[in-house]
Design a protein around this ligand. Sequence first.
Ligand code: PMP
Length: 402
Amino acid sequence: MPRDWSRHFAPRAARMGASEIRELLKLLDQPDIISFAGGIPDPALFPREPLAAAFARVLGDPARAAAALQYSVSEGYRPLREWLANYMAGLGVACTPDNILITNGSQQALDFLGKLCIGPGDGVLVAAPTYLGALQAFNCYEPRYETLPGPESNRLHAGAGEGGGAPKFAYVMPEFQNPTGTTLDRRARAAVLDLAEALDLLVIEDAAYEKLRYDGEREPSLLQLAIERAGHIDEARVVYCGTFSKTIVPALRIGWAVAARPIIQKLVLIKQASDLHSATLNQMVMHEVAAELIEPHALEIRAAYRARRDAMLRALARHMPPGVDWTRPEGGMFIWVTLPVHLDGARLLERAVREARIAFVPGEAFFADRSRRNHLRLSFSLADPATIEEGIERLGRLLRAA
Ligand code: PMP
């Protein structure tokens, strides 16, 4: 009998399962497969030279190098937090550096917020579907998931109490949601804040794709709206999670959380206990690169991703059989496809890889209760428009035969 390791682990470890789909997708690194699976930025768009120059500048100056290579404060590199306070002001969020914590990517902010807020069995409101990585982060703290009601639902104020106790927070991606690509309009944003007020919840605003807007008008962030309601950020019930992963590079692992000071102060203590601080060198380099080129670089990557989104939407219109529907995102990296209910995305993936040499992520993993199987998430961030056309044509052929 193989040894049962689980008795050495805390009960929460039972909730930490590798997803079969992720395991399958790891095998897909073969050159003849057209993959719409990974939701990652295109490395050809990384600002390699400005990054190399910034590393050289920081490390080439003995005084700056000494600081860059040393331990530093858990809150994060002060000039970067000052720059971010200014950047957030440009987004309509009045805050100070003391409202900001630098994290190792926004993924770490999600983990820390789970650690701060969720006790075993506590309710958490998430959209169905929602970002798989957030579910993985929160799962470690053993929540009970409830579905975040939409603005037209009359369950809006009834969410509490159904499964015991009011939920602790709502986790929301207002822009270009992963996996659907959809964006909350002003009314839906107000409804989230109304719900949070009615149930006395925090709101976690995941703004990972915020800067990747290709058309349409930007709406105010939930944090901005909450500050308008509360009068001051230190009274606002929204925690905003930002990241440079999609706009500059993911590898330096620099994200940030913006919130009322009492929340940030707790997160700083969690950061200290977890990893002391984010890499000082990376924070200093990101500060230089972001200050120098975030706006021009965002323009460049938006142009590239917009062309790919357009290519995918055109190809879907051309090649999908009747009965298949999909979202038309204004930004981000994803299109969400809804298949006829009898089709199962995970089974289709097996055939897609074997017969059509294409890949995508089956939708099931994005539902906290895994209840729906007839969806696919397609990412358009990595393939060029001609490859997208070819891959979607193959998907269409597969679906016609399914
Ligand atoms: N939120 C969303 C919605 C994401 O898609 C991702 C990355 N895939 C993250 C957060 C985490 O990104 P990072 O830790 O690199 O900031």
